[in-house]
Design a binder for this molecule. Structure first.
Ligand code: 9WY
Ligand code: RBF
Length: 448
């Protein structure tokens, strides 16, 4: 079996993803706005040889019929946050090999400034940066805050395609890879290798020179997580690593196949896209202890948090519907994934599910051997390339996972015992060099 890849899902806020776990005695997340918190988490990832630390991010807040529920503040549910790129920059200094993947919105960022931010991080980290490209599902309150017009779900992806074309020009085409000579007796840069870019797209325009030079990876490793139809199309074109929301082996295998097919339709090698499934677990030396720990987490959750958090993702107040309503009858222009994932379930069933695990996948509960068996079985049946570990409480759940489960995965030969390759792209995507492979659409913008 191929060696699996591992990332840790994190969020620079107190209480993410819809479960009210910040009050748990082992949770340190209420200190998310301290450097110590992030240095400790990053070191734990690097000691465990995880491939990367992923910082999710979103804008906006839960808004139910124009009102923000008080519970969002009392439970630290969606605000306040820190900027993931700044947290990422802080982590660079205290790590050497760990990849750092940040979420950035193609709806709300300015491509020209955003490209420079990514290039700066890639330079300073010597090529350890990834960018999770999102179109921002929680758009309604976010666009109000930014003072820009609302854009519908699928159109947000058209906008994202335009954003990508412009940043590829800046990442790949503006400065050639060897433009800088840094020769005190000669010249600093070769002017023949510095180019004007020109972009007049349907949404974005830019003319002139790139603000940063070619960084170690050129384009940061491109991550994507959209599982709507339009999201999958976008991922199959641009994504090098795609996050899947988790679920049964059958569901995952279907998603893996459709994304690899989309890659082929875009002229790409289907195996060059790495697919990583979100994965949660509650692990303890005995099954009984694991079940007890899980019950503690369920008891920490309240129905009000479940309702408010679901509303944040979709704008829908599930408590206002008849519990027998079919989810497939609901519609949102916010995150459609959060309706589609529940198939034919009813509103009442989804409220129970959300109470148990929020936006995360339902956790597996068991001994370290049980969890390792489940992970290996899932990987064998689905052709995924690895897992994005989504902890229920931080840092305690990650500590349990890396101390109890990772050693078993390593002993069974499915997890690497050390970092291989210098840059995140070489290590994770397996390219022969740090830059985008030739069959990726971004490589076409490179000036040779
Ligand atoms: C995240 C994991 O609904 P769609 O399929 O279009 O912003 C795009 C959003 O609407 C979703 O796509 C999808 O990208 C959601 N998403 C994540 C999804 C998964 C499965 C594991 C992580 C995700 N992280 N949307 C984020 C995130 O950090 N920010 C975000 O806006
Ligand atoms: N964030 C979103 O803004 N929209 C999503 O649809 C979304 N889906 C996610 C699915 C999974 C399985 C995971 C682990 C995370 C997801 N996130 C999503 C990211 C994250 O949970 C979210 O930004 C924070 O919860 C915001 O408080």
């Amino acid at each position: 079996m191929k060696k699996l890849r591992f990332g840790l899902f994190e969020n620079a806020q107190t209480n993410d993803s819809g479960t009210s776990t910040w009050r748990h005695p082992d949770s340190e997340r209420h200190n998310f706005d301290t450097l110590d918190y992030w240095v400790d988490v990053a070191k734990m990832c690097e000691d465990a040889k995880l491939d990367f630390l992923f910082l999710a991010d979103a804008w906006g807040w839960a808004d139910v019929k124009g009102t923000r529920p008080d519970i969002c503040d009392t439970e630290g549910l969606d605000l306040p946050r820190l900027d993931p790129a700044i947290v990422g920059a802080a982590i660079i200094a205290s790590t050497e090999k760990l990849g750092i993947v940040m979420t950035g919105s193609t709806l709300l960022e300015q491509p020209y400034a955003f490209a420079r931010r990514m290039q700066s991080l890639d330079h300073l980290s010597k090529g350890r940066i990834g960018w999770n490209v999102v179109t921002t599902g929680t758009a309604e309150t976010a666009v109000a805050a930014f003072g820009v017009p609302m854009v519908a779900h699928d159109e947000r992806y058209n906008m994202a395609d335009d954003f990508m074309e412009l940043v590829y020009k800046l990442f790949e085409g503006a400065w050639e890879r060897d433009a800088l000579e840094r020769n005190k007796a000669g010249r600093y840069a070769n002017p023949d290798k510095v180019h004007r870019i020109s972009h007049d797209g349907p949404y974005f325009r830019s003319h002139g020179f790139g603000n940063s030079s070619y960084s170690p990876q050129g384009t940061p490793v491109l991550f994507q997580a959209g599982s709507s139809d339009r999201g999958k199309q976008f991922g199959g074109k641009h994504g090098e690593c795609i996050f899947l929301g988790g679920g049964t082996a059958e569901k995952l295998a279907g998603q893996v196949k459709s994304i690899r097919d989309e890659a082929v339709a875009n002229g790409r090698d289907p195996n060059s896209i790495k697919l990583m499934s979100a994965f949660s677990c509650v692990v303890a030396p005995t099954k009984e202890e694991a079940r007890r720990k899980h019950q503690e987490l369920l008891d920490a959750q309240t129905p009000e948090v479940a309702v408010a958090s679901y509303a944040w993702f979709t704008g829908l107040d599930l408590s206002s519907f008849d519990p027998a309503t079919k989810m497939s009858d609901l519609h949102t222009e916010l995150s459609q994934t959060q309706i589609a994932r529940f198939g034919d379930k009813t509103v009442g069933e989804v409220l129970k599910d959300w109470h148990a695990h929020g936006v995360r996948t339902n956790p597996y509960v068991g001994t370290p051997e049980d969890i390792a068996d489940i992970m290996i079985d899932l990987a064998e049946k689905t052709d995924i390339d690895g897992f994005l570990f989504t902890p229920l409480i931080q840092p305690a759940s990650t500590k349990d996972f890396v101390e109890q489960v990772m050693p078993i995965l390593r002993a069974r030969g499915v997890a690497a015992s050390d970092y291989e390759g210098d840059t995140l792209r070489e290590r994770l995507v397996g390219t022969p060099s740090p830059i985008l492979s030739a069959d990726h659409p971004g490589a076409g913008y490179r000036t040779l």
